[in-house]
Design a protein around this ligand. Structure first.
Ligand code: NAD
Ligand code: AHE
Ligand code: ZN
Ligand code: ZN
Length: 374
C-alpha cells in the first residue's frame, strides 16, 4: 500500500449536531514530512463532542474527528526521520517541532509550526488527505483518529515502546496526560501543598494522580456527582466535597478546610462559574488556579481584579503542558512500571460501528473513558 491511496472505514462528521457516519473513506499517501498511521484504538474525549456540537469556533465540516489515538506507522513521506513503518505511536494534537519560537522558549509546550493549518483542518501544505463520497474531508486537531488510517505531520506523532498495549496507551494522547501534566508540569506542586480539583472525570482523576506523585497535602475533590467520591478516593483524594450539599459556598468551605485557601486549584469541568470558584478558593498571596476545561464559544470568566491584586493567579494549559515528542515516552514507561494508572480509566469499549453509542455513553456520569476499537 506504500504510495497508494487506502480505502478504509472512518466515522465522518458531515455536519454540526449530526451523528457520526461510519463509511468508506479514501486516505491519500503521506507527502513530505507526513506519516500515515493505522489507528488501532482511540479514546473519545469531550472535546470531540464539543466540536461535533457546532459550539467550537474552530469547528468545520465535513471532518474526521478524534484526537486520542494509538496505532502503527504504515508509511512515511519524504524526509521523515523520527518514525518508521512498524513503529508503535501515539498521535499528538499538540505537536513539537523543536525549532519554532514556542518550542525554543523553554516556557511552553505549545508549538507554533503548524497551528494555523491545524486549526483550519488542513495538513501543513494546506490540503487534506481524506476523501469520501467524492468530497474532501477536513482533518481535526492534526490527528483525526476516528479513521482506520490517518495522515499526520511528522511533528504530530511520537513512537513509544511496542510492548505497551495500544488499547490503553491511546488514552495518553489526551485525557490522562492532560491532568497528570497539569499537576506535575504546569502547577509544579510541592510536597505538602493543598490542592483542590473541580470535576472528577478522566482529566480530574489524572490531576489527583499527579498530585499524589508530587506528595501533595490535602487533595480535595469537588464534584456535583456523589458517585465520583469513590472514584476520587481510589485515585488518592483525601477529601470529597459536593457543592450542591453545602450550606455555604464551596469557596468558603474550601478556605475553611485549608486554613486560608488552596496552593493550587484545577478546573476540570469547563464551567466558567466553577473556574471563578476555583480561583477564589486559592490562598491569598500565592494560590494558583489552573484552567484545563474547555468552555463553549462565547463563555467568559470573571472575578474581582482584587483577587489577582492580592496574589492569586489564573493560568491554563493544553495537554497538561507536556511536550509530546520529548516527554510522552517516559509516561508510557511509567505506565509499564506500574507508576502511572491508565487501565483504571477505561469503563467502556465499543467497536467503530458503535461510536455514536460511545459519544452518548461519555455524557453519562458512570463513564470515565470509552475506548473505540478501529
Ligand atoms: P468529564 O465530563 O468526564 O468530567 C467532568 C466532571 O465534572 C464530572 O465528574 C462532572 O460531574 C463534574 N462537574 C460538572 N459540573 C460541575 C460543577 N459545577 N462543579 C463540580 N463538578 C462538576 O470530563 P473530562 O473528560 O474529565 O474533561 C474535563 C474537561 O477538560 C472538558 O471540558 C474537556 O473538554 C477538557 N479537556 C481539556 C484539555 C486541555 O488540554 N486543556 C484536554 C482534555 C480535556
Ligand atoms: N478550538 C477551541 C478550543 C479547544 C481547546 O481548547 N483545545 C485544547 C485541547 S482540548 C483536548 O481535549 C487545546 O489544546 N488548545 C490549544 C490549542 O492550540 O488548540 C476554541 O475555543 O477555539
Ligand atoms: Zn481531549
Ligand atoms: Zn515548534
Amino acid at each position: 500500500t506504500i504510495g497508494k491511496t487506502i480505502t478504509c472505514k472512518a466515522a465522518i462528521a458531515w455536519g454540526p449536531g449530526e451523528e457520526l457516519s461510519v463509511e468508506d473513506v479514501e486516505v491519500l499517501p503521506p507527502r513530505a514530512h507526513e506519516v500515515r498511521i493505522q489507528i488501532y484504538y482511540t479514546g473519545v474525549c469531550h472535546t470531540d463532542a464539543y466540536t461535533l456540537s457546532g459550539k467550537d469556533p474552530e469547528g468545520a465540516f465535513p471532518v474526521v474527528l478524534g484526537h486520542e489515538g494509538a496505532g502503527i506507522v504504515e508509511s512515511v513521506g519524504e524526509g521523515v526521520t523520527s518514525v518508521k513503518p512498524g513503529d508503535h505511536v501515539v498521535a499528538l494534537y499538540t505537536p513539537e517541532c523543536g525549532e519554532c519560537k514556542f518550542c525554543k522558549s523553554g516556557k511552553t509546550n505549545l508549538c507554533g509550526k503548524i497551528r494555523a493549518t491545524q486549526g483550519q483542518g488542513l495538513m501543513p501544505d494546506g490540503t487534506t488527505r481524506f476523501r469520501a463520497r467524492g468530497k474532501d474531508l477536513l482533518h481535526f486537531m492534526g490527528t483525526s483518529t476516528f479513521s482506520q488510517y490517518t495522515v499526520v505531520a511528522d511533528i504530530s506523532v511520537v513512537a513509544v515502546t511496542p510492548e505497551a498495549p495500544m488499547d490503553r496507551t491511546c488514552l495518553l494522547g489526551c485525557g490522562i496526560t492532560t491532568g497528570y501534566g497539569a499537576a506535575t508540569i504546569t502547577a509544579k506542586i510541592n510536597p505538602g501543598d493543598n490542592v483542590a480539583i473541580f470535576g472528577a472525570g478522566c482529566v480530574g482523576l489524572s490531576v489527583i494522580q499527579g498530585a499524589v506523585q508530587k506528595k501533595a497535602g490535602k487533595i480535595i475533590v469537588v464534584d456535583v456527582n456523589d458517585s465520583k467520591e469513590e472514584w476520587a478516593k481510589k485515585f488518592g483524594a483525601t477529601d470529597f466535597v459536593n457543592p450542591t450539599k453545602l450550606s455555604k459556598s464551596v469557596t468558603e468551605e474550601l478556605i475553611a478546610m485549608t486554613d486560608g485557601g488552596l496552593d493550587y486549584t484545577f478546573d476540570c469541568t469547563g464551567n466558567v462559574q466553577v473556574m471563578r470558584a476555583a480561583l477564589e478558593s486559592c490562598h491569598k498571596g500565592w494560590g494558583e488556579c489552573i484552567i484545563i476545561g474547555v468552555a463553549a464559544a462565547g463563555q467568559e470568566i470573571s472575578t474581582r481584579p482584587f483577587q489577582l491584586v492580592t496574589g492569586r493567579v489564573w493560568r491554563g494549559c493544553a495537554f497538561g503542558g507536556v511536550k509530546g515528542r520529548s516527554q510522552l515516552p517516559s509516561l508510557v514507561k511509567d505506565y509499564m512500571e506500574d507508576k502511572l494508572k491508565v487501565d483504571e480509566f477505561i469503563t467502556h469499549r465499543f467497536p467503530l460501528g458503535e461510536i455514536n453509542t460511545a459519544f452518548a455513553t461519555m455524557k453519562q456520569g458512570d463513564c470515565i473513558r470509552a475506548v473505540v476499537t478501529l
